[in-house]
Design a protein around this ligand. Structure first.
Ligand SMILES: Cc1ncc(COP(=O)(O)O)c(C=O)c1O
Length: 387
């Protein structure tokens, strides 16, 4: 019967991250710096809001777009932090994590054969969703440009089939983000070519040296932009599965149809918890950010002392470091690191071919773990240079 399965699904491969984990899962005494989620427990008041929702029997379907109170909190949140103006009643949808927001947006806009541009290296979640929706992902090499997508790079890769661009900054896996000036340049190209742009800003609250600028804050492109965000990373709520999207009402109306028939609504209990996160839980997010900031400083200092090159990380909780390959593939080198040094980093080619020669180090770990892992990495690098 297997031949009867949708070929688009059959063609999807397991992610490079999963392949790597499968390969190294049987090793013991490994210091892993691989994880892509916060290491903090969800803050207490947020957990209590979830418990309270259960006790109050707030356990039925909500409005398809999410509870109005939560959408209003999102409206205020994005206005306060990013100067965005989206109406709770018709321009905001509460989703099942940022992941579902991506899926329903792509399925709403993509027609068979449409091309979607995305900067490589990139989070591996986009490609399968684009393919399942009938589109074709077109990866743009940003490795020569500090891992930043530019208006020029977009223009060079445009064809008559280009439908949309994915703009995922701050970036997983590089930690790099774009400045206001760099975003403005992209808006010029966007206006000229009438493309959609999906701004995946899930790490927007984890930017360390300057406030995050959303591309949707440029009025000239507001009608083309869909902002994707959520509480997974900002409030350590990955398992609660609450994200949201912002889009102009004419587009939101159509995305909402896909959302409605896909999930009806996000889980009511989690919506109550997210409401607490975005109202009374602001300080929790700031405290976690401060901790990541200290860890980032520690990690980049250690990497510099080892003489390793890395992309300067502005945000998220990743450092993308260059690893001399010594004749091996990136994947083989990551496995060697596990076998010989007892350290796990995600091989950069798990984020498209443009991540070759790099490893992603996550600092969503305690200082003790980071210190131990970096000590091991240092010993490996020293040994390596004497071979
Ligand atoms: C860039 C990026 N977008 C989206 C997601 C998915 O977020 P969520 O857990 O809210 O679905 C992740 C998760 O790692 C991510 O790194």
């Amino acid at each position: 019967m297997e031949h009867l399965i949708n070929p688009k699904v059959k063609d999807i491969e397991i992610s490079g991250i999963r392949r790597f984990f499968n390969m190294v899962s049987h090793y013991e005494d490994i210091v892993a710096m691989t994880i892509g989620q916060p290491d903090f427990p969800t803050p207490l008041s947020i957990k209590k809001a979830g418990i309270q929702a259960i006790e109050n029997n707030q356990t039925s379907y909500t409005h398809n777009a999410g509870m109005l109170s939560l959408r209003k909190a999102i409206e205020q949140h994005v206005h306060h932090f990013y100067q965005l103006s989206y109406k709770a009643e018709e321009e905001i949808i509460v989703t099942v994590g940022a992941s579902q927001a991506l899926d329903i947006t792509l399925r709403t806009i993509i027609r068979q054969g449409d091309e979607v541009l995305l900067p490589g290296p990139v989070y591996p979640g986009y490609e399968p969703l684009i393919r399942l929706a009938g589109g074709k992902p077109v990866f743009i090499d940003t490795s020569e440009n500090g891992f930043k997508l530019t208006g020029d790079l977009i223009e060079k890769n445009l064809t008559s089939k280009t439908k949309a661009v994915i703009l995922p900054y701050p970036s997983n896996p590089t930690g790099v983000t774009l400045s206001e000036t760099e975003l403005r340049e992209i808006t010029n190209v966007l206006e000229k070519h009438k493309l959609f742009l999906l701004a995946d800003e899930i790490y927007s609250e984890l930017v360390y040296d300057q406030p995050h600028t959303s591309i949707a804050s440029f009025p000239s492109v507001r009608d083309q932009v869909i902002v994707i965000n959520g509480v997974s990373k900002s409030h350590s709520m990955t398992g609660w599965r609450i994200g949201y999207l912002l889009a102009p009402s004419w587009l939101c109306r159509h995305i909402l149809k896909v959302h409605q028939y896909n999930v009806s609504c996000a889980a009511s209990i989690s919506q109550h918890a997210a409401l607490e996160a975005l109202t009374n839980g602001k300080k929790d997010a700031i405290d976690m950010r401060e901790t990541y900031k200290e860890r980032r400083k520690f990690v980049v200092e250690r990497l510099s002392q080892m003489g390793l090159d890395y992309a300067e990380p502005d945000g998220a909780f990743y450092v993308f470091l260059q690893m001399p390959l010594n004749g091996k593939t990136t994947f083989e080198r990551a496995v060697q690191l596990v076998e010989e040094a007892g350290v796990a980093l995600v091989p950069g080619d798990a984020f498209s071919e443009y991540g070759q020669g790099y490893m992603r180090l996550s600092y969503a770990y305690s200082m003790d773990t980071l210190r131990k892992g970096l000590d091991r990495l240092e010993r490996f690098i020293t040994l390596d240079s004497s071979r």
